[in-house]
Design a protein around this ligand. Structure first.
Ligand code: F6P
Length: 324
């Protein structure tokens, strides 16, 4: 392998820059050329790229977002789009790829690699943490810290006004952010897609907490929750059924994706990406790298993208006990 291409794709996540830096620096260390593609797969299709040497990635380890930009390319989902991308790679002379992103990024990369015989390594970068082949994805820890600092602030005003807040957090189809931030911020209830609490139980729990003398409450709702209502409808439903609650809604939204990455995310990104480059040099292909029980390991895309991604439901029990 003489040239490695790197890109960031899908929703951005804090720590992606640390990951790009690690790919560029590890490539330089092993005397390999490194090329960055802009806007994920779309940049690859268009041949929109830059050379990344060790100095081009200076001072980015601490920054949020991604210097390579990110996108969800519709064109890459078609064979024609992927063919154009493969042609661009041979034109530029890229022989292998490091793909930083989430499950969609990995699925696209796997198909591409099988169709055009280009070795790819996936590096999990998404705030959602919804990838089975790793205990932690890059960006998740930072997002959690952003969420709990926001909830702490909301708690201040909730308490001053004796209010009940529904706080919606990200996590397209997964409840990792809601579950862990909910426990970390001491939420009353946590609603996640992996566990249907049911509206009756929610009302009962809120009644109970009022009876126990609580004057304000926080309910953390994952955006992917399947309780059958969006967070505003949920708040209306609770207001109708529990008129003695003064209810407000906060949707945290994209602030969860920004900000300087935590030390954990920077270190994780650095470890995963050095491993990704080393795997390519060892002739490995079509795997993702992840951290499993504190070891950096390669896992096949099939295994790494399994539906069952191991959310820790025990945390719901902990939350129940602690919100008593
Ligand atoms: O996958 C990361 C994520 O932030 C999800 O949590 C969220 O559902 C989605 O991306 C939002 O996507 P977009 O930025 O395209 O609105």
């Amino acid at each position: 392998i003489r040239t490695i291409g790197v890109l960031t794709s899908g929703g951005d996540a804090p720590g992606m820059n640390a990951a790009i830096r690690a790919v560029a620096r590890a490539s330089a260390y092993y005397n390999i050329k490194c090329v960055g593609f802009y806007r994920g797969y779309q940049g690859m299709i268009e041949g929109d790229h830059c050379v990344l040497n060790a100095r081009s990635v200076r001072n980015i380890i601490s920054t949020g977002g991604t210097i390579l930009k990110s996108a969800r390319s519709k064109e890459f989902m078609t064979y024609e789009g992927r063919k154009k991308a493969a042609d661009k790679l041979s034109e530029i002379g890229v022989d292998a790829l490091v793909l930083i992103g989430g499950d969609g990024t990995f699925r696209g990369g796997q198909t591409f690699s099988e169709e055009f015989n280009i070795p790819v390594i996936g590096v999990p970068g998404t705030i959602d943490n919804d990838i089975a082949g790793t205990n932690f994805t890059i960006g998740y820890d930072t997002a959690l810290n952003t969420v709990i600092s926001a909830i702490d602030k909301i708690r201040d005003t909730a308490s001053s006004h004796n209010r009940l807040f529904f706080i919606e957090v990200m996590g397209r189809d997964a409840g990792f952010i809601a579950l862990n931030s909910g426990v970390g911020a001491g939420a009353e209830e946590i609603l996640i897609p992996e566990e249907d609490l049911g509206l009756d139980r929610l009302l009962e729990s809120l009644r109970r907490s009022k009876r126990s003398g609580k004057s304000s409450s926080i309910v953390v709702v994952s955006e992917g929750d399947k309780i059958g209502k969006n967070v505003y409808e949920l708040a209306d439903y609770v207001t109708e059924n529990l008129p003695n609650y003064d209810v407000r809604v906060t949707v945290l939204g994209h602030m969860q994706r920004g900000g300087s990455p935590s030390c954990f995310d920077r270190t994780l990104a650095s470890r995963l990406c050095v491993k990704a480059v080393e795997l390519l040099l060892d002739g490995e292909k079509n795997v993702m790298v992840g951290i499993l029980n504190n070891e950096i390991k390669a896992t096949s895309f099939e295994e790494g993208l399994k539906e069952e991604h191991g959310i820790n439901k025990e945390l719901l029990r902990i939350s129940d006990i602690l919100s008593t």
